[in-house]
Design a protein around this ligand. Structure first.
Ligand SMILES: C[S@@+](CC[C@H](N)C(=O)[O-])C[C@H]1O[C@@H](n2cnc3c(N)ncnc32)[C@H](O)[C@@H]1O
Length: 209
């Protein structure tokens, strides 16, 4: 999406964007500010990360996938809980910063990928989706969820956490996206947290590992 399309989108009511936000849109944001959302400095983010980590049902996971990792702040915090962790983002500058953030962890890989087209091979026993799903069109959201659920092993956990504010990128927010995940019949919800800032859900893939 261009900046103009984004502004037009913001005036609309809560609907998914007609096309997914583009790599160029995020590249421009990183060019203006290397940490566009203040992931490394805002209390909102620190609190969100603390609640996300505290909500993980298991102490350790074998293989974690983190789509839309941005500059690797959450990646760095997830690393000690996982034997292997793959984090991806399509913005080149984000990937460069994320690699630097996790340089002390040999078991963490940061890859440049466009989602949902370049979802990695699974299986994973943990998927952490933080503040990316509302940038996807309805079709891409469906493809993304199909791909994530396919790659999540039976008994594995999918954690989703999204902002619920009423500003940029637009009114469409976590309250719109999480019910789409909840509707997946392969998943059962274990945890639900909702406050004035964000919504967090932990889902488990049905079946036994
Ligand atoms: C708000 S930031 C994510 C913040 C991060 N997950 C956290 O909570 O710390 C959104 C990130 O998703 C990435 N992104 C958005 N759409 C994407 C897509 N289709 N494929 C890959 N990365 C994408 C952007 O480049 C950006 O770095």
């Amino acid at each position: 999406m261009t900046d103009r399309q984004v502004r037009a989108e913001e005036r609309r009511t809560a609907e998914p964007p007609p096309t997914s936000f583009s790599e160029e849109y995020f590249d421009r944001r990183y060019a203006r500010d290397p940490d566009p959302w203040g992931l490394a400095r805002r209390w909102y983010e620190r609190r969100k990360y603390a609640i996300t980590l505290a909500s993980l049902p298991r102490e350790r996971y074998r293989a974690c996938f983190e789509p839309g990792c941005s500059i690797g702040e959450l990646t760095r915090l997830l690393a000690p809980r996982c034997d292997r962790l793959l984090a991806v983002d399509f913005a080149e500058d984000a990937v460069r910063q994320a690699r630097a953030a996790v340089r002390d962890f040999d078991h963490v890989e940061v890859r440049r990928s466009t989602l949902p087209a370049q979802l990695p091979n699974g299986p994973f026993d943990l998927v952490v989706v933080s503040e990316i799903l509302y940038y996807l069109s309805r079709d891409d959201l469906d493809l993304m969820l199909d791909g994530l659920v396919d790659r999540l092993e039976a008994g594995g956990d999918l954690v989703a956490v999204h902002w619920c504010g009423n500003g940029p990128p637009r009114r469409y927010n976590g309250h719109d996206v999480h019910p789409v995940i909840e509707a997946r019949e392969e998943l059962e919800r274990l945890v639900h947290h909702s406050d004035e800032q964000f919504v967090l859900d932990v889902f488990r893939r049905k079946g036994t590992a």
